[in-house]
Design a protein around this ligand. Sequence first.
Ligand code: MN
Length: 186
Amino acid sequence: MPLEEYQNKRDFTKTPEPSSEGRPFPQPPLFVVQEHHASHLHWDFRLEIDGLLKSWAVPKGPSLVPRTKRLAVLTEDHPLDYADFEDIIPEDEYGGGTVLIWDRGTYEVQGEKPPAQQLDQGLLRIVLKGQKLQGGFALVKLKRAEENAWLLIKERDEYAREEGEIVTEQPRSVVSGHTYQEMHAQ
Ligand code: MN
């Protein structure tokens, strides 16, 4: 039951979130980053691996600056349909708050090993082809830290920058074009 933890946390009669997979996905695999205004603002970074969205909560959001290593906390797998989810989760439900699709696109795995094997070994290197995030990124599992703590790090390439915060410079949804504030003004 790969989605058991995801489904156990949610009451699908009350949340607009999808209950299971069903979205047909083309190759190459996709990634999505969802800005999530829950009790603590964070960005959910999700990669399609073996039919599920492997998910990390990134409190400060992804960065294009290689020296800015962002904590990424591994969370429960989400169904593929979640890549289309942009809505407001009722405040008293799990993860209650607004979810905005901040970036979405496809990715390629670097190296010969399949992504699930790289994850097991604590280092996954990918190339993102999104609208905001592009180029090489690494997810690195922290040793001697709590079980689920990883770092999300931009690799040095033509898309890397020396400064700036892409999450605040480009706040709009890549699907609706709305900002968080505009989602609430409708
Ligand atoms: Mn979240």
